[in-house]
Ligand binder design. Structure first.
Ligand SMILES: Nc1ncnc2c1ncn2[C@@H]1O[C@H](COP(=O)(O)OP(=O)(O)O)[C@@H](O)[C@H]1O
Ligand SMILES: [Mg+2]
Length: 271
């Protein structure tokens, strides 16, 4: 990859896009913890937006635990030269993807880096990657609200943030931290998505609250944020994500989000 990694603690700066990119909106997907479905939901959002005719890219900013390529069954190295890198495209929707995983010799190779190097890589994913015309660049952030996601957020000009949580992890504290971080970044919290909120019994159709009663509504009310969606724990989603076939997943309960996000970000909805 071209360019040098950043040294020292990165300052907040608005980085230039690549001259060959025209990214209209950058939306990050954040969570308090790992394993709550942040990457799966980033992918599902990308699928739905693309299905609705938007040009979408996914910047996998979870550098030490990248899972986007696997979810899409994407393999192979991005092409490029000294100056630029080209994202890979997913098989069905043609979503543009850039991930650290695509540069590893082996998929399960660990990435052991410290903050400054991580933010250097993220900047390259922003400035050196030729994203082309994008309506939305979705950023799959590293889990948590600590230093690493903060560093990542500081390197990217975010417009909005979506907070994903499971009922178990949906604590007011997490959401409040997210609000504070968003404030620092000058980004807007677009709302919450409560994931794995219930299981639908395959026999009787009843909803079973595996992780306790969903809390999304309550937390949303207390923080003044919108509950954008409540998604079930669906074995079919887990299987498709595991098999690299997330583009085949249907009925996600996120179909209204392209319109909602456009409105919140002041974009004219697509007809
Ligand atoms: N609603 C869901 N139903 C079933 N499995 C899910 C759901 N959301 C995520 N998963 C699965 O749970 C695991 C963790 O999700 P992932 O998106 O990798 O979490 P995160 O990015 O927050 O660490 C993955 O195997 C994923 O496929
Ligand atoms: Mg993830």
């Amino acid at each position: 990859m071209a360019g040098k990694p950043a040294e020292g603690k990165p300052k907040f700066e608005r980085l230039e896009q690549n001259p060959l990119s025209n990214i209209k909106r950058v939306v990050a997907v954040m969570s308090g913890k790992g394993g709550v479905g942040k990457s799966a939901i980033t992918a599902l959002l990308a699928n739905i937006f693309t299905r609705d005719g938007y040009q979408v890219g996914i910047l996998d900013a979870d550098l030490t635990g990248p899972s986007i390529p696997r979810t899409y069954g994407l393999k192979g190295r991005p092409e490029g030269d000294e100056e630029v890198i080209y994202p890979l495209r997913t098989a069905y929707f043609g979503i543009r993807v850039m991930s650290m995983n695509l540069f590893l010799e082996k998929e399960d190779e660990p990435v052991i880096w410290r903050g400054p190097l991580l933010s250097g890589a993220i900047r390259q994913f922003w400035t050196d990657v030729v994203w082309g015309e994008l309506d939305y660049l979705l950023v799959d952030l590293p889990p948590g609200t600590g230093d690493v996601p903060m560093t990542v957020m500081q390197s990217l000009p975010l417009n909005g943030i979506i907070v994903v949580s499971s009922p178990q992890e949906l604590a007011l504290m997490v959401v409040r931290k997210a609000i504070r971080m968003a404030g620092i970044m000058g980004a807007k919290i677009l709302g919450l998505i409560e994931n794995m909120a219930y299981v639908v019994c395959p026999d009787c159709g009843r909803e079973i609250f595996v992780f306790g009663e969903p809390k999304g509504k309550e937390v949303a009310e207390e923080t003044g944020l919108e509950l954008l969606a409540t998604l079930p724990l669906d074995p079919n989603l887990a299987r498709l994500a595991d098999e690299g076939k997330i583009e085949d997943y249907d009925h996600t309960g996120l179909e209204h989000l392209p319109r909602v996000l456009d409105e919140k970000l002041g974009l004219k909805p697509r007809s």
